[in-house]
Design a protein around this ligand. Sequence first.
Ligand SMILES: *Cc1c(COP(=O)(O)O)cnc(C)c1O
Length: 392
Amino acid sequence: MSKTDCKLGTKTVWAGEDRLFEGNATQTPVVHSVSFGYDDMEQWMDVALGKQAGHIYSRNTNPTVSVFEEKLRQLEGGEAATSASTGMAIISNTLFSLLAPGDRVVSVKDTYGGTNRLFTEFLPRQNVNVTLCETEDFDAIEAEVAKGCKILYLETPTNPTIKILDLERLAKAGKAAGAIVIVDNTFATPINQNPLKLGADLVLHSATKYLSGHADALGGIITGSKELISKIYAYREIVGGTMHPMAAYLMIRGMKTLKLRVEKQNENAMEIAKFLENHPGVERVFYPGLENHPGHDVAVKQMSGFGGMLSFMVKGNTYEDACRCLTRLKIVRRAANLGSVETIAGPPATTSHVECTAEERAAMGIPESLIRYSVGIEDVEDLKADLDQALS
Ligand SMILES: *Cc1c(COP(=O)(O)O)cnc(C)c1O
């Protein structure tokens, strides 16, 4: 059995690295070289034309970056993958490479803040028509998709109230309308959810979050069919938002422990969600693993773990109540990031929805007393004790 036929945990370690490297190195080298030299002119031409495997110039492709792309490709089960300097770079390059003036996009209101800005500001400026549906109203999404669209863009679980979209159902609607179905799988990771198996055409990640896992590198990646990925690659190569080889190395290193980290975070988050649900200082908990969560049944169907992201409303229901709890927490980074080994928390007002006014957040159904809590791999007893003292 080849290591690439193995289960996810084996793939996280071996995929893309099932060979020796330069000088028999067992680990992927960080190739900082900008260009790759050829003494044989014919070979140079063949590589340049893509007739033979190899690298020409690191804005296009690079050996370290290619290993990262191959690892994620195998974890999600795509035909091909391409990457970019950040999550937003891969999202914007994908949308701008596949859309033309006059095209229509259907998506939901609860996408990542930067993605929402593309939908509300930058795509309309290019004469692309964007319809954003209520996130949990699957009938409305299906009805909009049936009117015709070039792209159906989905994200699940969402930020910051952790809503769940039914990927199988919506991908089917997208396919029936001839749309390209794209899923941002950042929150779930390939360990908990595989959108390509549920019918999506493309799955993308802000690799900055769980894939890296250590909050020390930025990156974005997308995988799907060779045909679609080659279009996105051709655009990204020219626009130039390439992933740095050092970032790719950190991603590769981080991804070797992806399954261990995510399984621990799933466990910790479930226990913390149950703990918070019964805490007198908490008004409401948003976590798809809880049976009273509106997306619980769909999450059970499409996810193999509920993830490490949760949010909760502090009793009192004001921004000041959230701040009081946040500043009292001891085992936490108060920062605008998520998916790392350490627990990270913040209010939507300074993290996911920093661009919005309080009124806009209210209109989007984001409570002012909400705390987004990205559960780390710490001992869960310590995290619970910390939350308990901060909420009391
Ligand atoms: C952070 C994030 C992004 C953007 O990624 P960057 O690497 O910060 O550009 C996109 N989608 C989701 C769900 C995210 O959490």
